[in-house]
Design a protein around this ligand. Structure first.
Ligand SMILES: [Zn+2]
Length: 289
């Protein structure tokens, strides 16, 4: 499988390094260097590019239950899987309800929520230790986190909106990844994908208060009259609190609101938007790409 790397996004400071990849089928997605370099998984954070949907869903919309057709969304999942180099049949969709449940996915769950009914009732995070079982969370401003434990190859895909962030769902997934499949949280590599950043994430006082209570004063800042919260730093803090090393966390630094031409943003579009996917699958060995 061949990939073309269009451009490197070098993020200054301690953030991380993500690459924007264009697959032969036209799908564009971001990969985290830290995750890619493990050689244990295939993964991607999809963008809007390369799908078949139109209008506000243009074009790689992975959101069911909206005005986009089911056929379009299914084709988009197929294209995204093909681009990342995994079987479309291996995809396992979460069931996101802004709670903090992290569930185990098994080989029997392949196709869940995509090619057949979603058996989960509440699963904003998924973990698995099985090969070729591709975990999918979807989002459009909320924070996607992908993880792999380098000792076991076990993987996690997590959707962390502001509620899930306050409930520390990413840390919960990191703990579950090791409790269920072995290894240590110090061996986890985590990547934080495109999501709305503090400059554009204005919230009410009661939301800011929850962030400050949970993560301290740095988690929220006043921009004029209104509070803004920093979900990504809060997630990094929560991961470090359970033993994930800062140097093992790759933060894209990419803001969905700022980049709403190439990424879906709930706030920038007043809710008229599709969703991207954060997809990760444990593979048997490093492939030829
Ligand atoms: Zn922004």
């Amino acid at each position: 499988m061949f990939i073309i790397i269009l451009g490197l996004r070098e993020i200054k400071g301690d953030k991380g390094m993500f690459k924007l990849v264009t697959a032969p089928n036209g799908v564009r997605y971001y990969i985290s260097d830290k995750i890619e370099n493990t050689g244990l998984v295939r993964h991607g954070f999809t963008t809007r590019a390369g799908g078949v949907s139109s209008g506000c869903y243009s074009s790689l919309n992975l959101r069911f239950n909206c005005d986009d057709s089911r056929e379009n969304v299914l084709e988009n999942y197929r294209l995204a899987a093909e681009a990342i180099g995994i079987s479309p049949q291996s995809l396992v969709l979460s069931c996101q309800v802004h709670e903090d449940n992290v569930l185990n996915a098994s080989a029997e769950d392949r196709g869940n929520g995509i090619w057949r009914d979603n058996r989960f009732k509440s699963a904003d995070g998924l973990v698995t230790n099985e090969y070729d079982t591709a975990l999918v969370t979807h989002y459009a401003d909320c924070v996607p986190i992908l993880m792999v434990n380098v000792n076991t190859g076990a993987v996690a895909s997590v959707h962390s909106g502001w509620k899930g962030t306050v409930k520390r769902i990413a840390a919960k997934a990191a703990v579950k990844l090791t409790a269920d499949y072995g290894g240590d949280t110090g061996d986890i590599i985590a990547a934080i994908g495109p999501s709305i950043r503090i400059d554009h994430f204005e919230v009410g006082d009661e939301v800011a208060e929850q962030f400050i209570n949970e993560f301290g004063c740095d988690a929220a800042k006043k921009f004029g009259e209104k509070y803004h919260v920093d979900m990504q730093q809060s997630i990094i803090r929560s991961l470090m609190d359970v033993g994930v090393k800062r140097e093992n966390i790759d933060d894209s630094g990419i803001c969905t609101y700022c980049e709403c031409e190439s990424l879906y943003s709930h706030r920038a579009s007043n809710g008229n938007r599709g969703t991207h996917g954060a997809i990760i699958s444990k593979i048997r060995k490093q492939d030829d790409r």
